[in-house]
Design a protein around this ligand. Sequence first.
Ligand SMILES: *Cc1c(COP(=O)(O)O)cnc(C)c1O
Length: 425
Amino acid sequence: MKLETIALHAGYTPDSTKSVAVPIYQTTSYSFDDTQYGADLFALRKPGNIYTRITNPTLSVLEERINALEGGVGAVSFASGAAAITTAVQNLCEVGQNIVSASTLYGGTATLFAHTFRRLGIEVRFADADKPETFKSLIDENTRAIYCETIGNPLGNITDIAALAEIAHQNEIPLVVDNTVASPFLCRPFEFGADIVVHSLTKYLGGHGTSLGGIIVDSGNFAWNKKFAMLTEPDITYHGISYAKDCGKAAYAVRARVSILRDTGAALSPFNAFLILQGVENCALRMERTCENAIKVAEFLSKHKNVAWVNYAGLSSNKYHNLAEKYTKGKAAGIMTFGVKSSKLSGKAAGALFQDSLKLIVRLVNIGDSKSLVCHPASTTHSQLSDEELLAAGVSPDMIRLSVGVEHIDDIIADLNQALEALDK
Ligand SMILES: *Cc1c(COP(=O)(O)O)cnc(C)c1O
């Protein structure tokens, strides 16, 4: 079936109650028929639910649905995108090992990689996402993965997934792709050789700014080799099984759940899974309208006298447009950056006044909502940096990040226009 249909139906058949909506199983645990039944579950002799930290029927529907949208063999949901990304790396890498990552990353991932993992003994080496060969030179015998984002947040750059997959596979390591900004409706990274996909469900898939969530999807395509002892050697904490030998193609997803999620506990709440499912059902429609609105906004901004520059990969003049044509249907979701100026103001002051003049578009630090959202990094997320440091981080003082929503295009443009005109006053 096509993705729009999968988004509405995959993973759920009405149970004996005939409930058409996916039921919310708001429970922590599940009763055992008798002692033997409990013993069989624990000994893996029978499948079944034990505790919601490990499995829950509402979460299973969401997991099967996203798994089907991405074309994987297994998915595991988490309390947030950050938890999914943390687990995705921990399920490949131990102390003394490293991964090579694109340097253009979501801010939270950048901090996790550069500081938190380092303190835990996992090194992340940063490469230039525009130059795949820079990944090659950073790989050594302790490297366990390459990591990138399909569409970088916040820069809106498009990554050459197939080139990175080839480098990863030449080195017998998997490629992990954060597909949050593209969503499966613009790109399915497994079709280009990625081995593992992660998502923040908080953004387009949920789409309504109500619930945090994250997910890992396993393609089942990677041949786990001796570099990945945690997947190939017996697990003494789980009945001595070897995931690669005993769990078929979904070895990586199974271990993410029964070992890491079980032990570290960042499980998604069933109620949030239900809310996110509502978003998944109409994400294809929202993404279509988002992209339609975004290109119109980018064209409007490109022509406005108070806009210094526009970066949106959906514009045919953009340096990432060729990659967008190959990977994301020529589109770049609703994420764009641009610079503002006027004859009276420039830099940080222009950015701040523009943002303060908006009446409809919401000032906050999120993306992928059905509402249009704006952020002025120089005065918020990056306010601790000097002008020189801002430029080094790829964030100019005048830069505005916009996440275009699904309001009527006339209203979005009218709001942007009056805020740009306000710079002249
Ligand atoms: C928001 C985001 C994350 C983190 O997800 P949370 O659900 O906020 O934890 C990871 N990657 C990208 C690309 C994001 O935009």
